[in-house]
Design a protein around this ligand. Structure first.
Ligand SMILES: Cc1cc2nc3c(=O)[nH]c(=O)nc-3n(C[C@H](O)[C@H](O)[C@H](O)COP(=O)(O)OP(=O)(O)OC[C@H]3O[C@@H](n4cnc5c(N)ncnc54)[C@H](O)[C@@H]3O)c2cc1C
Ligand code: FES
Length: 354
């Protein structure tokens, strides 16, 4: 099934921090876009004559906010985050794909639960949507947020979180954790790691760790530490939801320049829309990166192995994936791959894309 595309007009732009802006959009005329708290939009700006795609989680709540909003933090040297923060103006229209993603919550008024949100930096965006959506609907549910930022001025949504905490004072608690605060900061000065995560849950929130539901979104290291900490207390995989903003490939490549050492340049064939394309995939590239470099207009969205928009089938040769969570075991057995996280590991690879 092919994805739907929309053109959204910018309604308002809010400066959240010195490097982060919220862009809210009007719904298209005659057609409200429906989405779930925690999902993302894929924005498709045209930069220097080329369309590029990046995913941004919605910071708005589907059941509370009249318009859709995304919140974008500049990545130093990053193409799209800086382009949008510098150029997108109120009244401009931008192409987007329909909302996608499985990092979602569906508020249910009959539920009474404990939900713990762990966020770092721009990872607050889907968590903000989740908190704003759950609190008014699930009137017996308690929500706890641990939010890691560098310093006071980098805390995204500080005022909105304070207001939400005041409004739901007996059911919503926020703990700001700063890694490099000013000397006047009286809260925690630490990173979110395995040991500090346990302290927050046991001492600050005093919750039964084993029984809560967890939503994690932030740097990979932070999410790994929190997951390891809560699993010691018996939390199971189905209680843990994670959103990755960057693919494992990006993060590995950022950390370890030798990561591509075991991969070799391979020439592959991509069968798409009745054409056979020959593409050279370099060791640092994914199959999708290589195809886009050659201007082959393959389908994609999140570029992080989660949305399945880039799914193809490997019908010859061998392919490895940095991240397999987006596919079922059965799909993997049948040879399906996600081109945004896939690398050819043998000669003669042929990928078929519907
Ligand atoms: C599902 C999903 C939801 C997302 N939601 C949001 C959101 O709500 N808000 C938001 O701001 N971003 C979000 N992102 C990230 C966003 O899609 C882009 O990846 C980000 O804006 C960087 O794009 P860019 O074009 O500016 O940088 P690029 O030009 O793509 O990257 C430039 C360089 O920076 C590296 N890089 C990318 N990100 C980082 C980083 N964080 N730290 C260090 N180096 C980095 C890249 O590997 C590359 O080497 C989300 C991503 C996904 C997959
Ligand atoms: S583009 Fe989303 S899984 Fe590949």
């Amino acid at each position: 099934m092919s994805a739907k595309y929309f053109h959204l007009t910018v309604k308002e732009i809010i400066d959240e921090t010195p490097d982060t802006k919220t862009f809210s959009f009007w719904h298209p005329i005659h057609q409200a876009i429906s989405y779930k708290a925690g999902q993302f939009l894929t924005l498709i700006p045209e930069i220097e004559g080329k369309k590029v795609r990046r995913s941004y989680s919605m910071s708005s709540s589907p059941n509370k906010d009249a318009s859709l909003a995304v919140t974008i933090k500049r990545v130093p040297g990053g193409l799209v985050s800086n382009y949008l923060c510098d150029n997108l103006k109120v009244g401009d229209a931008i192409e987007t794909m329909e909302p996608m993603g499985h990092f979602v919550i569906e508020p249910n008024p009959t539920k009474e639960r404990v939900i713990v949100l762990f966020g770092g930096g721009s990872g607050i965006t889907p968590l903000m949507s989740i908190a704003k959506s759950v609190l008014p609907v699930e009137t017996k549910t308690k929500v706890y947020l641990v939010y890691g930022s560098r310093n006071e001025e980098n805390i995204i949504f500080k005022k909105q979180l304070d207001e939400l905490e005041a409004q739901y004072s007996n059911r919503f608690k926020v703990l700001h954790v700063l890694s490099q605060p000013s000397y006047t900061w009286i809260g925690y000065k630490t990173r979110i790691n395995q040991a500090s995560a346990v302290t927050f849950l046991k001492q600050d929130f005093a919750i039964d760790i084993a029984k809560a539901e967890y939503y994690l979104c932030g740097p990979e290291g932070m999410m790994q530490h929190v997951e390891a900490a809560i699993k010691i207390f018996g939390v199971t995989d189905n209680q843990i939801h994670k959103e990755h903003f960057f693919s494992a490939h990006d993060e590995k490549a950022m950390e370890d320049e030798d990561e591509a050492g075991s991969l070799k340049e391979q020439t592959i064939t991509i069968q798409y829309e009745g054409n056979d394309y020959t593409v050279v995939v370099k060791p640092h590239e994914t199959i999708l990166d290589a195809a886009l470099r050659d201007d082959i207009d393959l389908p994609y969205s999140c570029q992080a192995g989660m949305c399945t928009a880039c799914m193809g089938k490997c019908i010859a040769g061998k392919v490895s994936m940095d991240e397999e969570d987006g596919l079922t075991d059965n799909e993997i057995k049948q040879g399906y791959i996600l081109t945004c996280v896939a690398h050819p590991t043998s000669s003669g690879v042929v990928i078929e894309i519907d």
